[in-house]
Design a protein around this ligand. Structure first.
Ligand code: ATP
Length: 248
């Protein structure tokens, strides 16, 4: 479904992604694990194309120079030069790190905004689906986003991304700062979304353990480079990998 080859991203002279190649097949959940500053968000910005917006903004403000190299294939087409808004229309939807919901808008408004690319009937259908996956959100429909708990805000961020009709959902550190109970709920919901909607998912996390059970394939990023990759079983059956990266 998506294959990125030789991605390099420089913030000025600082190499944030170093020749990273990753892939995600149809219907797969792919994990990308790495410590703070490993390059996870930069990778998500590059796959979604948002790095182009960041690059232009910096250029216009006379800020730092951002360079992006490499190739991205999606559904059989080269999308390296496709704008982020067009990538979203084609189904690559980013659910960014730290949720970034609209804090002054209500839950339902946040969701409706996410559905701006969808037809009215698609939007209504997806709204129903979001409330089925996250029943807590339906009860909070009228609540202002800023008054939700961290976990509820993350459900809303995922719900909003679903409203944009993704074929490939990019989840950037969805579990960050949440309790184990809420993490488990979100992990279950992530698998449900893949199973029920056939949406492929790339998920980044600092700690692999909570999401490991649901990933089909995973990459490990260190200092901007993909140092290891494998299927769920390959990684889990390697005792060195288990203790070094998964704390098991
Ligand atoms: P975190 O878990 O902290 O979000 P990450 O794995 O998502 O980390 P990135 O945010 O992609 O990592 O950052 C990779 C590297 O690039 C880091 O060293 C970071 O300081 C640097 N970096 C990220 N954004 C910028 C920027 N706009 N300008 C300069 N350096 C940046």
């Amino acid at each position: 479904m998506l294959e990125a080859k030789g991605l390099m991203v420089f913030y000025e002279n600082m190499l944030a992604l170093n020749n990273v190649s990753i892939k995600c097949a149809e219907n797969q959940i792919v994990g990308v694990f790495g410590a703070n500053s490993a390059g996870k968000s930069t990778l998500m910005y590059t796959l979604s194309g948002i790095i182009e917006d960041i690059r232009k903004k910096e250029e216009m403000a006379g800020g730092e120079r951002i360079s992006v190299l490499g190739k991205i294939q999606y559904l059989g087409q080269d999308i390296t030069d496709v704008k982020p808004s067009r990538r979203a229309k084609r189904g690559i939807v980013l659910c960014p790190e730290r949720r970034r919901i609209f804090k002054e808008c209500s839950v339902i408004e946040n969701l409706r905004i996410g559905g701006y690319l969808a037809s009215p009937s698609q939007a209504n259908e997806t709204l129903e689906y979001v409330f089925r996956v996250f029943p807590a959100l339906e009860k909070l429909k009228k609540r202002v986003g800023g008054f939700l708990s961290g976990g509820e805000q993350q459900m809303l961020a995922i719900g909003r991304a679903l409203m944009a009709q993704p074929k490939l959902l990019l989840l950037d550190e969805p579990l960050l700062g949440l309790s184990p109970l809420v993490q488990a709920l979100l992990v279950r919901a992530t698998r449900e979304i893949r199973d029920e909607k056939g949406i492929s998912i790339i998920v980044t996390e600092q700690y692999a353990r909570p999401v490991l059970p649901i990933v089909d394939y995973a990459f490990i990023l260190e200092n901007g480079a993909a140092v290891l990759e494998g299927t769920h079983d390959e990684l889990m059956n390697n005792p060195d990998v288990r203790s070094a990266y998964f704390g098991i």
